[in-house]
Design a protein around this ligand. Structure first.
Ligand code: RFL
Ligand code: PHB
Length: 395
């Protein structure tokens, strides 16, 4: 068996890459160790930068996004009993973000790949990549029916997330990892209740950070800062709603509670593995970098990586290696910008366990500066809506 590009992972990065390659007439095979239903239901990100929306639209997969996505012109920052609106449209010359769940992006991309005759193998096991230093790397896997395959490729794309097998296939001596774990986690819920707010609320509170996000006009997504070793069992739904109500409390405003459809705990880390290429293996998305979710960047970085990778692979297959050689550095410039922004949002908004009075006062001063200075707010707005601009989605 052979394909031009072997893609490991059917998350947003692997699926969009497969589609962008197909637009260039390049064939690929996506292998995924989970089921299609699992990939389409996994609750994760919700916010698309303005450039990610444009990319999906230009790639011809933005039809449902345009119909159902909820455009947002700003966010609220809440601290010290006050809620301040940060107006992205005004601060960035019209830029916005769009709330459209990652689950929907994944559904749209899977549907499109299958409609176009694209090859996606779900529920594979024992994925392996080898011969990465050669011009004929091999993608090995066992399909759901137990058959072992070894597929000869021109290029392999490691889009297999943080726990995948592709990053570890790069010799450790050739990789530099820069990493930080935060002393807190997010407890997230999906709730069958209309959002109590018109824009996302990022709330800094003495008891910890809280975020009010949403999915649709009738479904809300909310998060609470908890300790990293928190036991979900000690958070019955009533306790979650009580804690959310305390952290978002504001005179004259009420948090609507409702049935909790799903809950989970997410650890928080910043992680970058460099470079993003080894021979004919290219890493994209969470396989190479993780950001804490406070900046809403993870999904957007995954999409940005493959927008750079697709034309680089196209050129490489025509014998021009220049874009492929520049791939890692091009992506890492954006990755490090997002890593800084996500770290900055995270440390400004969360309560650090054991923090002294100095840290608490400095956080409040920083929040007040962002809420009152146009220059400081513009920096937040520019980074949140997406910086730098993305390459186009159409070949
Ligand atoms: P994914 O989505 O993890 O996809 C990787 C795929 O690879 C598969 N896989 C394998 N397949 C075959 N063989 C193997 N050996 C394999 N090992 C793994 C996996 O099953 C999976 O299907 O990575 P990708 O495509 O790079 O996409 C990255 C994003 O998923 C991630 O960055 C975001 O979800 C992060 N994130 C957020 N990002 C945003 O931009 N905005 C947000 O608002 C936002 N909120 C979040 C988030 C992530 C969260 N969690 C749970 C991690 C909120 C949360 C709670
Ligand atoms: C979400 O809607 O899941 C979400 C929104 C903003 C974030 C993180 C997660 O910063």
């Amino acid at each position: 068996m052979r394909t031009q590009v072997g893609i490991v992972g059917a998350g947003p990065a692997g699926l969009l890459l497969s589609h962008l390659l197909a637009l260039r007439g390049i064939d690929s095979l996506v292998v995924e160790d989970r089921s299609r239903a699992y990939c389409e239901a996994r609750q994760r990100a919700g916010v698309l930068e303005h450039g990610s929306v444009r990319l999906l639209r230009e790639a011809g997969v933005g039809e449902r996004l345009d119909r159902q996505g909820l455009e947002h012109g700003g966010i609220y920052l809440q601290f010290d009993g006050e809620r301040h609106h940060i107006d992205f449209r005004d601060l960035t010359g019209g830029r916005t973000v769009t709330v459209y769940a990652q689950t929907e992006v994944v559904k749209d991309l899977i549907a499109r790949r299958l409609a176009d005759g694209g090859a996606i193998e779900f529920e594979v096991t024992d994925t392996a990549v080898f011969g990465l230093e050669t011009e004929r790397p091999v993608l090995g896997y066992t399909s759901a029916d137990g058959t072992r395959h070894e597929v000869e490729c021109d290029v392999i794309a490691g889009c297999d997330g943080f726990h995948g097998i592709c990053r570890p296939a790069i010799p450790a001596s050739l990789r530099t990892v820069t990493e930080r774990e935060y002393p807190y986690a997010w407890l997230g819920i999906l709730a069958d209740v209309p959002p109590s707010t018109d824009e996302l609320i990022y709330a800094h509170h003495a008891r910890g950070f809280a975020l009010h996000s949403l999915r649709t006009p009738t479904v809300s997504r909310l998060y609470l800062q908890v300790s990293p070793d928190e036991d979900l069992a000690s958070w019955p739904d009533e306790r979650i709603w009580e804690e959310l109500a305390i952290r978002f409390a504001l005179p004259g405003w009420e948090l609507k509670a409702g049935p909790v459809l799903e809950k989970g705990i997410t650890p928080m880390r910043s992680f970058v593995s460099e470079p993003m290429r080894y021979g004919r293996l290219f890493l994209a998305g969470d396989a190479s970098h993780i950001v804490p979710p406070t900046g809403a960047k993870g999904l957007n970085l995954a999409l940005a990586d493959v927008a750079v990778l697709a034309p680089a692979i196209g050129a490489l297959l025509r014998g021009d290696e220049r874009l492929a050689d520049a791939y890692s550095a091009t992506c890492l410039a954006r990755v490090w910008r997002a890593t800084h922004f996500s770290w900055w949002m995270t440390t400004m908004l969360h309560r650090t366990p054991g923090a002294d009075a100095m840290e608490a006062k400095l956080q409040l001063s920083q929040l007040r500066y962002v809420a009152t200075s146009r220059a400081a707010a513009t920096s937040l707005a520019e980074n949140y809506t997406g910086y730098p601009d993305l390459p186009a989605g159409r070949p």
